[in-house]
Design a protein. Structure first.
Ligand code: TXA
Ligand code: MG
Length: 321
């Protein structure tokens, strides 16, 4: 683990020489490799135990790099990049020849974004290459919002973990395909649908389906803690069956005798709730309770993405096929 304040040069050199660097973004920590280097990208899939059908997001240091990498992009895509980059928005573009197919899992399209985090921008800029990075967790598990989460989850599989403190948004970027004009949201995320609609007019939200995924982060079972997790309403007390249970509440502490309680935002603020979501789940997971009950938050703004993560965490994993 290196402090992000002093570790950028070393981390950038690790990226340039084909290594893996975990780094903070404004959303969650990413597990980065040189996106132009197929062997480096392959190491990401190994380290995460990520299925090869789940494509990576490529990170750029500057919106101007997009055109250099892929050429001209459709007007609706350019407009969203112009308005929201750097920021928690991932855009779908055609994959350029310079990006090896392993990065996009063989898709003809590529997911790309410019993160809004000074350390991430410095790292990608200094590396001088586009950086492919999914979230820095093992496949299907909770996304890391702190450097310690990365170390706990991936440990020795990463060459360098840059510690830049807790991430600001706490949940992943919103993924949008605007190539056809009207934006289609492939994954709800830190940029609220309402913010997109202010710029682009009505958008379509495609709920991820299980089976062959459009955006595999949208597999029904995903973002799961190790402990079984179930959706609950705030009012119901824990069953008296001897199982120790934890409760993840939105704003009010639940009544009853819970073994552990995390409140996402005592002020009822959805942005704060999103920022604390994975952190709180990591905490509850570490208490060793037998089950975690989670209370959905209001279904508005970034609350939609929070509920999406809670529902997926509660879903049972059914391997494709
Ligand atoms: O906030 C974020 O997006 C973080 C940080 C590190 O940037 N990254 C992230 O990556 O959350 P992750 O692990 O969720 O994986 C990337 C997601 C996957 O769900 C993948 O399916 C989707 O992006 N994706 C990548 N390329 C795609 C493409 N060409 N078409 C549709 N979805 C794509
Ligand atoms: Mg992920």
């Amino acid at each position: 683990m290196l402090p992000a304040d002093s570790g950028i040069a070393e981390a950038a050199s690790v990226l340039r020489t084909g290594g893996l660097v975990a780094f903070p973004t404004e959303t969650v920590y990413g597990l980065g490799a040189n996106a132009l280097d197929a062997r480096a990208a392959a190491r990401i899939f190994e380290a995460k135990a990520r299925p090869s059908f789940d494509p990576l997001i490529t990170h750029l240091a500057d919106a101007a790099e997009l055109e250099k990498l892929v050429g001209a992009v459709p007007a609706a895509v350019a407009a969203l990049a112009e308005r929201f980059w750097p920021g928690p928005l991932t855009l779908i573009v055609d994959r350029p020849a310079a990006i090896p197919p392993i990065v996009t899992s063989g898709l003809a399209t590529m997911a790309v974004r410019v993160p809004d985090n000074a350390y991430a921008l410095a790292l990608v800029g200094e590396a001088g290459v586009p950086v492919a990075a999914p979230s820095a967790n093992r496949f299907g598990q909770l996304s890391p919002t702190r450097a310690e989460h990365v170390v706990r989850g991936l440990g020795g599989a990463v060459d360098v973990v840059l510690d830049g403190g807790p991430t600001r948004c706490g949940i992943e970027s919103t993924i949008v395909d605007a190539r056809g004009g009207r934006p289609v949201v492939l994954r709800l995320g830190a940029l609220p649908v309402e913010a997109l609609e202010e710029v682009a007019g009505p958008v379509t939200v495609r709920p991820g389906s299980s089976g062959q995924p459009v955006a595999p982060g949208t597999l029904a079972a995903h973002y799961a803690p190790r402990t079984p997790l179930r959706l609950a309403s705030g009012g119901e007390p824990p069953a008296a069956d001897g199982v120790r249970r934890g409760f993840l509440a939105f704003r009010d502490r639940p009544a009853g005798d819970w073994a552990a309680v995390e409140v996402l935002s005592a002020a009822g603020d959805l942005t704060e709730a999103a920022a604390r979501l994975f952190d709180a789940l990591h905490e509850l997971d570490a208490t060793g309770v037998g089950e975690i009950l989670v209370e959905p938050v209001p279904e508005v703004g970034v609350g939609r993405a929070v509920n999406d993560r809670l529902r997926r965490a509660a879903a049972t994993w059914h391997p494709a096929g």
